[in-house]
Ligand binder design. Structure first.
Ligand SMILES: Nc1nc2c(ncn2[C@@H]2O[C@H](COP(=O)(O)OP(=O)(O)O)[C@@H](O)[C@H]2O)c(=O)[nH]1
Ligand SMILES: [Mg+2]
Length: 460
């Protein structure tokens, strides 16, 4: 991997005011730049120790800040290069001024993820570990965080290593048999290789199948509450959130805009949207709200159609129900606490829907049925084979490469069974090995690496 040999700088803490803000430098000039920033050419910092210093503006000579500075000597740093951290006061203007000073002293502004890219290039971590740090930073629930931590510690690469070793052994065995055997591979040899390949494949298939759950943990699901006004969408939204976020009134059309909040359900991040409801709008604001509702509904993974079970279905209700045909949805029949509540009278309308339907009866007032609703939201996305624990594939890139590895192994198995062409069998197995190497970064092209690291934060 080609990495430039210059010195980069970035603010590593989030934008905005804070107690402290950390600026990070990495590259051969880090220490020289530090000396100039503290106006002390002879400063010989002890690695890994914080020292309190005044930061000086190199052009004006004025004091910028009092900061704790720390030097990490290559290769014992995050990036494997000389690194300097400046723990300054967390003023955005101050941090900008210090970064500007470093830029004048020949540092370059770091690209997103460039510190991590250098860490991978210098062998401080592998690609899956770097990606796990990004996932850790982005994690939205405890479960997603736990998965990221496991992968950051190298669990995924550790799991893949024996597979790679075995694959390599098989390749070596096949290659040497080919050299010595005049005609075909002996029967016994073929049977053994086939058995080993089947074992490898099944362990990879097992790992790949955890992706449905792993993806869910990382990306979550988008859920929209839809229905005619006054059925209790905002009340249910607040109930799922656990606090009163949306305004609830008796007046139809109160919710005029969409409101979105995130909740965690069983460790799965759920982005929940309360909508203005679908109806013929009374005025312009409401009509914009209704348009947004339609857009929001189109973007969602799951729709919750809220029906007022204390009243007969109206034309508007039927209109909403007709819009969910072909979409993943739940019908939430609300207001079960009211004496006029009657589920049965609507059953015909529900059973007329041609998509599989889950019906949940509930009350936003008594919170009866809340548990059922939460379970119904997750059910369509859960693969019952998987527990919430254990190592999971959470990254689409890893999943895709696992599937390619499996395909390559399958095609080699088929060729081996029919004894078609030994060379082609080997090509397939070499491909499989390369795909596995792309997961951990050994065989990933610079272009792909660039794409991956561009999704990281600045300063990471
Ligand atoms: N009795 C009863 N009233 C409810 C229930 N859910 C909502 N409501 C009432 O129905 C009215 C409309 O509720 P709201 O959540 O604003 O409906 P939206 O227009 O669909 O968002 C309000 O007066 C709520 O208090 C319920 O489960 N039981
Ligand atoms: Mg509302």
């Amino acid at each position: 991997m080609n990495v430039p040999n210059d010195t980069i700088v970035a603010v590593s803490t989030p934008p905005g005011r804070s107690g402290i803000g950390v600026i990070r430098l990495s590259g051969p000039a880090s220490q020289t730049i530090l000396r100039k920033l503290i106006a002390s050419e002879s400063f010989d910092p002890e690695p890994n120790l914080l020292t309190l210093k005044s930061l000086i503006d190199p052009t004006t000579g004025g004091t910028l800040d009092q900061a704790l500075v720390c030097y990490f000597k290559a290769p014992h740093s995050f990036t494997g290069e000389d690194v300097v951290e400046l723990h300054c006061h967390g003023s955005p203007i101050l941090l900008r001024a210090i970064v500007d000073a470093a830029l004048q002293l020949d540092a370059r502004m770091a690209d997103p993820g460039e510190f991590s890219l250098r860490a991978v290039a210098n062998g401080r971590m592998n690609l899956t570990e770097a990606e796990a740090i990004r996932d850790l930073i982005d994690a939205q629930t405890d479960s997603a965080l736990r998965q990221a931590t496991r992968q950051m510690k190298g669990e995924l690469s550790d799991r893949l290593q024996p597979v790679k070793d075995q694959l390599l052994q098989i390749i070596v065995r096949l290659e040497s048999s080919l050299e010595f055997v005049e005609d075909d591979l002996p029967h016994l040899e073929v049977a053994q290789v086939l058995r080993s390949l089947a074992e490898l494949r099944s362990s990879l298939e097992k790992l790949a199948s955890t992706f449905s759950r792993g993806k869910l943990l990382r990306d979550g699901i988008r859920v929209a509450l839809i229905g005619r006004p006054n059925t209790g969408k905002s009340s249910l939204f607040n109930m799922l959130l656990g606090h009163g976020r949306a305004i609830v009134t008796d007046f139809p059309g109160t919710t005029r805009d969409t409101i979105t909040e995130s909740i965690g359900l069983d460790g799965v991040p759920v982005v929940l949207t309360d909508t203005a409801g679908l109806r013929v709008a009374g005025d312009e604001i409401e009509s914009i709200g209704v348009d947004r509702t339609k857009r929001e509904a189109a973007d969602s993974d799951l729709l919750i159609v809220v029906i007022d079970g204390s009243e007969p279905l109206t034309e508007e209700d039927r209109g909403v129900l007709s819009e969910v045909t072909g979409r993943r949805h739940i019908i939430a029949v609300n207001k079960s606490d009211l004496p006029t509540f009657n589920l049965n009278r609507n059953e015909n309308a529900f059973s007329a829907l041609d998509t599989p339907t889950t019906i949940v009866t509930l009350s936003a007032v008594t919170e009866d049925g809340l548990h059922d609703l939460r379970a119904a939201i997750l059910r369509p996305f859960m693969n019952s084979n998987h527990s919430a624990e254990g190592l999971m594939i959470t990254n689409a890139r890893h999943h895709d490469l696992l599937l390619r590895t499996i395909d390559a192994i399958i095609s080699s198995e088929q060729l081996l069974q029919t004894r078609t062409s030994e060379e082609l069998i080997l090509v397939g197995l070499h491909n499989a090995l390369r795909y596995l190497g792309e997961i951990t970064g050994e065989t990933t092209s610079d272009e792909i690496l660039g794409k991956i690291f561009s999704t990281f934060c600045i300063g990471k």
